[in-house]
Design a binder for this molecule. Structure first.
Ligand code: PGA
Length: 240
């Protein structure tokens, strides 16, 4: 893994945006795998700026998102569909019909998840996957467990993830206890991966991810098996 350490969140976000802009220059019809959460917001803001300036063209891009709460409606402000629209898609020249987020309202999660993997394969796979990491080492909603799932699947959220994400939900909103998520195998099939990590609360997960050992207790550690991962982190996360 290539590790890039930056002094600030802004520099980190700019570096991530630069990699995506480069990707789009090399392959305008790239398939981008995208993530939600607070970490990529700075990078998405930078991409919106680059798009405005004419330095990034998303018109031929297809995007697939990592995960979605379950059950949740796409109109719900906490849904990842709503979040992606408001933080990125509404600010760039992407065709909204070519943006894909797992259906948080499906009656048949197994079928939806299987179809999602098949769809990704059918469009040639993910060229560049953006990831964040949970305080507990999760990637997407692949939570630490005895076993990790290969394909896209429905999962229960761990107590630690529920606590970490509770900050987004107001007192009168009910936080879903489950999610649909790409599996570790779906993520590992991406040709190139960037993982953005900031803040001291992620240091432990980052260390485990780079430890040279694999553990289902730190799902991100599996990325050590991937041939093209760039870790983009700030000094606070990287630690001493
Ligand atoms: P965060 O979430 O960017 O909001 O810290 C990352 C994650 O849980 O994967």
């Amino acid at each position: 893994m290539k590790v890039l350490v930056f002094d600030s969140y802004e520099e980190m976000s700019a570096a991530g945006a630069e990699i995506i802009c480069e990707q789009l220059k090399n392959k305008p019809n790239s398939v981008l795998g995208l993530a939600t959460g607070s970490t990529p917001i700075g990078m998405y803001d930078a991409l919106a700026e680059e798009c405005k300036k004419g330095n990034a063209d998303f018109s031929k891009v297809t995007s697939v998102n990592l995960d979605e709460y379950y059950p949740i409606s796409p109109d719900n402000k906490q849904s990842y569909r709503y979040t992606m629209n408001s933080t990125l898609f509404d600010h760039i020249n992407i065709d909204i019909n070519k943006t894909h987020v797992l259906d948080g309202m499906t009656n048949d999660p197994d079928k939806t998840c299987k179809a999602y993997d098949e769809f990704i394969d059918s469009i040639g796979g993910i060229d560049l996957q953006v990831l964040g990491i949970g305080n507990n080492g999760h990637i997407a909603f692949n939570e630490p467990d005895e076993w990790l799932e290969v394909g896209t699947h429905k999962t229960a959220l761990t107590e630690s993830t529920m606590q970490a994400n509770a900050r987004y939900f107001s007192a009168d909103e009910v936080m879903p206890t489950h999610a649909l998520t790409m599996g570790i195998g779906s993520i590992m099939k991406a040709r190139k991966i960037i993982i953005l990590i900031n803040g001291a609360k992620k240091t432990d997960a980052l260390k485990k991810m780079l430890s040279g050992k694999l553990s289902t207790d730190c799902p991100a550690s599996m990325l050590q098996l991937h041939p093209d991962v760039t870790v983009i982190c700030d000094r606070a996360a990287y630690g001493e």
